[in-house]
Ligand binder design. Structure first.
Ligand SMILES: [Zn+2]
Length: 136
């Protein structure tokens, strides 16, 4: 079992209507990734896909992937591509659920947003994950 120091929260920075398939295709064809960007991805209706076993390394946070689990909601930008917290209530509920489960499995891991890692110049996930999930 790998050591998990962080549970990183992301947004896709796409429209909320983007499909999991289209996001996976982007990783493969545009970024050339063999592994997905996130272990879990949550659609606008709250449905969650597990794209990779947590024992394997995904591509969420450069320099921290070997010790992180990456969780993502679809959305995070408005019509002009500006960062916005547009999580649906269903996404909030699923995020809370999966983060609770992961925190139970990895009690020492820190839950934080992508932007909370050092030297990250992104708004991802467009809300303060550290504060929102501090009680987990
Ligand atoms: Zn991110």
């Amino acid at each position: 079992m790998r050591k998990i120091n962080h549970i990183a929260v992301h947004c896709t920075a796409t429209a909320q209507s983007a499909t999991v398939e289209s996001i996976q295709r982007y990783w493969r064809e545009h970024l050339g990734w063999n592994s997905p960007g996130y272990h879990y991805i949550i659609e606008a209706d709250g449905a969650m896909a597990n794209l990779l076993d947590v024992s394997k390394v995904s591509n969420g946070v450069r320099g921290y992937n070997s010790t992180s689990i990456n969780v993502c909601y679809i959305g995070g930008v408005d019509d002009s591509n500006k960062p916005i917290d547009n999580r649906t209530e269903a996404q909030k509920a699923t995020l809370h659920y999966i983060l609770s489960e992961l925190k139970r499995d990895y009690p020492d891991a820190i839950i934080q947003g992508h932007k909370d890692f050092p030297n990250v110049a992104k708004a991802c996930p467009c809300f303060d994950a550290k504060a929102e999930y501090k009680e987990l």
